[in-house]
Design a protein around this ligand. Structure first.
Ligand code: PLP
Length: 359
């Protein structure tokens, strides 16, 4: 029987997509070879690639003055590439510290240049976010950086700051394509695909073309966004398998209501879980309810022993991935786009039943 997969990443993929891979992995659409055997300089790959990029633009409403392509190295490589390219020598960049992922990005940037912290959630143990209206970039900032959804802490920006002429850069790894976003407010959006979009291996880069004029000189080839933009992401061998599957996931998103449909699903699925938490004195959410994530629902039981028991017993019900991140403990249910509605409902039922037996 198929598991209900609440893992934070790599994570659940749509069954239809897995079956499509299975049908085509050996002989891609009767072309006599597999996509993962094909040259990235050949027609078979490039036809698939063009369609994937054009579907991405369509699904996420990406304006024409943005480049879209995939890189390797995970989202983590971007923590280095962004400041290398855009944190101008002698200048500074603004960072919001809202949890594990933005903190890692800020720490890496601080090794390469001057970083100003415009928000630090440390005092609240990263359980809340600022009001976007109160975030102001500092003068002459090279860019302002945020993480739209903190995968480990379980908090998500519901709206974004207006940074005026200062470029806004966002890591959307864990809520990519889970809601409509006005891309034109951002200079750059990026994210690893292994949470909401496909198998590990690719990172999507969406970048307004005028950013390329602002980059530092003297970059080595791979670290230079200019190189990748010029070659449409094919400067070196791209993560072919991952890109193929992202293309299939994009078709699946289109067939399921687009990003608006994903948002409706995300509201319902997270609603099931938050409703149980809110109506219980057994479960507790450690995060500010105004900013709680629709993708990663973090919650606690009264004791760590009960949390361990919850994980053990949920496994027997076919539910995997509910243990919180090792850095924070507790429990976490990741409810990415591909998680079926029924799985979220089953988890809510299990939670109620677990409380009845242990509360
Ligand atoms: C998972 C994750 C990352 C790291 O991704 P890698 O591909 O493992 O480098 C970065 N940011 C966010 C928000 C994430 O969820």
């Amino acid at each position: 029987m198929r598991k209900m997969n609440f893992g934070a990443g790599p994570s659940v993929l749509p069954m239809e997509v897995l079956e499509e891979i299975q049908r085509n992995i050996v002989d891609y659409h009767k072309m006599g070879m597999s996509m993962i055997e094909a040259s990235h300089r050949g027609g078979m790959f490039e036809d698939m690639y063009d369609e994937c990029l054009s579907d991405f633009r369509k699904v996420f409403s990406i304006p024409d003055d943005y480049d879209v392509y995939f890189l390797g190295g995970g989202a983590t490589l971007q923590f280095t590439m962004i400041p290398m390219n855009f944190l101008l020598k002698g200048g500074h960049a603004d960072y919001t510290r809202t949890g594990s992922w933005s903190n890692k990005a800020a720490d890496d940037a601080a090794k390469l240049g001057n970083v100003s912290i415009v928000f630090d959630g440390k005092d609240s143990n990263y359980s809340t976010l600022p009001d976007p209206k109160e975030i102001r970039p500092s003068e002459d900032s090279s860019y302002l950086y945020l993480c739209s959804n903190e995968t480990i802490g379980g908090i998500e920006w519901q709206d974004f700051p207006d940074t005026g002429s200062v470029p806004l850069i966002a890591d959307m790894s864990s809520d990519f394509l889970s809601r409509p976003v006005d891309v034109s407010r951002f200079a750059m959006i990026y994210g690893g695909v292994q949470k909401n979009l496909g198998p590990a291996g690719a990172t999507v880069i969406i970048m307004r073309r005028d950013m390329l004029d602002k980059r530092n000189p003297g970059l080595t080839a791979y670290m230079d966004y200019g190189k990748h933009a010029k070659e449409r992401g094919l400067y070196n061998t791209p993560p072919v398998f991952s890109i193929w599957v992202v293309g299939l996931v994009l078709k699946w998103i289109m067939a399921n209501g687009g990003v608006e449909g994903m948002l409706e699903h995300a509201k319902m699925k997270s609603g099931y879980i938050y409703d149980v938490i809110d109506s219980s004195s057994f479960y507790r959410s450690p995060v500010d309810s105004r900013y709680r994530s629709r993708m990663n629902v973090v919650f606690r039981c009264p004791t760590e022993e009960l949390e361990a028991k919850f994980v053990e017993e949920s496994k027997k019900e076919g539910m995997v991935g509910l243990k919180g991140h090792r850095s924070v403990g507790g429990l976490r249910a990741s409810l990415y786009n591909a998680l079926p509605m029924e799985d979220a409902a089953s988890l809510a039922e299990f939670m109620k039943e677990f409380e009845r037996r242990n509360g």
